[in-house]
Design a protein around this ligand. Structure first.
Ligand code: URA
Length: 210
């Protein structure tokens, strides 16, 4: 495993992921598990946030205690499945600023095309965490990260639930400076771009669409 990729092997993460993979897991349970797992993944991806000291008064005495330094984080969800990860991460980091990137695939060129882009101001001064549950081909993730860099972002992390080797390679090639945190690295993509063994279409499973 390269430094570019961190797999969170914590037993709670692995247990919840297994339940999410099961085809009979209901939409409601899938969504709840995603919320729980996203918080555990967020814990890992934020482990190196900078701290600064501040003075507080406990009921007993004054002390110097650590608080997060710098500007509020920016969480950027790649629509629509990213929103399932976003909710849980936001619960853990409620003051984060939030952006959205919407992309669709042009069937002629097969390239991702932007249909929505709204991100927090002063991206250059924020840790940016991009969330998308499935890192499959990596094309939309790489495109979204390029757009964020064009908007000024410099300190970017990518948070996903499942990654395919193809997507990790694509991101490593396009954005070697963007570390990826995931719960598992699966085997490969099928010919439709789905992750195997995977968990199916994450958007459909979390929103109950088909
Ligand atoms: N997107 C999904 O929702 N599932 C996959 O397996 C790949 C991409």
């Amino acid at each position: 495993m390269s430094e570019h990729l961190t797999i969170v092997n914590h037993p709670l993460v692995q247990h919840k992921l297994t339940l999410m993979r099961k085809k009979d897991t209901s939409t409601a349970v899938f969504r709840q598990l995603l919320r729980e797992i996203s918080q555990l993944l967020a814990y890992e991806i934020t482990h190196d946030l900078a701290l600064t000291m501040t003075t507080v008064e406990t009921p007993l005495m004054e002390m110097e205690a650590p608080v997060l330094a710098g500007k509020k984080l920016a969480l950027v969800s790649i629509l629509r499945a990213g929103n399932g990860l976003l909710d849980g991460v936001l619960e853990l980091i409620p003051s984060a600023r939030v952006g959205f990137v919407g992309l669709y695939r042009d069937e002629a060129t097969l390239q991702p095309v932007k249909y929505y882009f709204k991100v927090p101001t002063e991206l250059a001064d924020r840790r940016v965490i991009v969330v998308d549950p499935m890192l499959a081909t990596g094309n939309s993730s790489a495109a979204a990260v390029s757009m964020l860099k064009e908007a000024g972002a410099r300190d970017i992390r990518f948070l996903c639930l499942l990654a395919a080797p193809e997507g990790v390679a694509r991101m490593a090639e396009a954005h070697p400076d963007v570390p990826i945190v995931t719960a598992a690295l699966d085997e490969r993509l099928n010919d439709k771009g789905y992750i195997l063994p995977g968990l199916g279409d994450a958007g459909d499973r979390m929103f109950g669409t088909k």
